[in-house]
Design a protein around this ligand. Sequence first.
Ligand SMILES: Cc1cc2nc3c(=O)[nH]c(=O)nc-3n(C[C@H](O)[C@H](O)[C@H](O)COP(=O)(O)OP(=O)(O)OC[C@H]3O[C@@H](n4cnc5c(N)ncnc54)[C@H](O)[C@@H]3O)c2cc1C
Length: 394
Amino acid sequence: MTEGKYRHVHVVMELEDGKLVPVSLEMLGEARRLFDDFNKKYQSNEKVIAVLLGHQVKDLANQLIEYGADAVICADHPELKEMRNTIYTKVICQIASDKDLATKIEPTYGAEFKRPRYMFFAADSIGRHLSSTVLTELESGLASDINKLEINDVTITHQSKTAGKPVTYEKTIEMYRPDFSGFLWTTILCLDNKNPAIERDYHPQSCSIIPGVFEAITPDESRTGIVLDFIPTIDQKDLAVKILSRKVIKSEVDFDSCKAIVSFGRGIKDSPDENIKLIEHFAKVLKAEIGVSLPISKKPFPVNQSLSNNYMIPDRVIGTSGRKVNPMVYVAVGISGAIQHIAGMKEAELVVAINPDENSQMKDESDLFIKGRMEDIIPLLIEELKKQEKTVEA
Ligand SMILES: Cc1cc2nc3c(=O)[nH]c(=O)nc-3n(C[C@H](O)[C@H](O)[C@H](O)COP(=O)(O)OP(=O)(O)OC[C@H]3O[C@@H](n4cnc5c(N)ncnc54)[C@H](O)[C@@H]3O)c2cc1C
């Protein structure tokens, strides 16, 4: 019997150099919006709980309350200063299973509490890894790279889960993710097994959330909440990995100081070498840096070695698996506009897309959509830009 044992949402915060990364506040904002509705709809008093790990990070707790948390559980410990997956997994699982903490946060639900109802992590390189190891430990399911969430009662008939009979699952989180290169939405449900022969709970229902898709709420200094300290149990064997020094390697591709970025994707396919050279020329005239879509970094087409070394590299990827950019002008050449790519460039002031397919998602994301093949369009743009340059010089 699920009801009663699983309460609240735990939102796992992510820090970089002791500062919250934006996706932490975005996840908190979405949790707040969901739980305001949830508590109204189900006449409950479940909480949005921020889980904060680090060293000397307690000062951030008030900020988390202003951004929507009802409670902050803070594990502040020197061994948590740097993110190490083994220790972080252990401490997050300890917090998720702690009845005393849950009782302090909401005494009504304390006695029966077993685990959080839901858990959210960031869908970046740290959160993707962490969420998978935490959910393995907690023996429940995980949906990765989510960009839409709803909580509903759903009726399911499933051979194994419900022994072929319709069963209504209350308070189920529907987790949406783009699949098949971003062209199809998949809804993922993490359901208890209600088949009497193999009955078993699958809670917390958990997901990792794509950075940039949800908005943080406007901070409200008058919000109040509880801040609880958690003293983690760390064994010597958890400390096998030691961080002797940590250096963030700055990318050689400088997207931050340039006003324009020209990015290209698999649309170069008809003549990759020539098209990359064309884009290179275009970027030079536009004084732009060059970005790519994720598949390009995996070198999908054979091209001249120096072009490949220069451009088909992870450092140039724009999106959730790469960089987030906000230039004045972003030109997407031969890019279809998958959600993971859009998350990296949607802050650009002006978005221009060059694509022969007017049904591509990139059209919806662009201020100016030029329907056509790059081979035909880019030479015209170069010619026009050069003309304008001459006019300005004269
Ligand atoms: C977990 C995960 C993370 C991801 N992270 C990222 C990420 O950070 N960044 C990212 O980019 N992707 C990411 N992806 C991949 C993403 O889902 C898409 O598969 C990818 O962005 C598609 O790349 P594309 O637009 O280059 O290729 P396609 O989707 O193949 O699109 C090619 C486009 O080129 C157009 N085209 C064809 N011929 C021409 C021509 N002659 N001239 C102009 N246009 C032409 C086509 O109409 C089409 O729209 C991720 C996927 C997953 C599952």
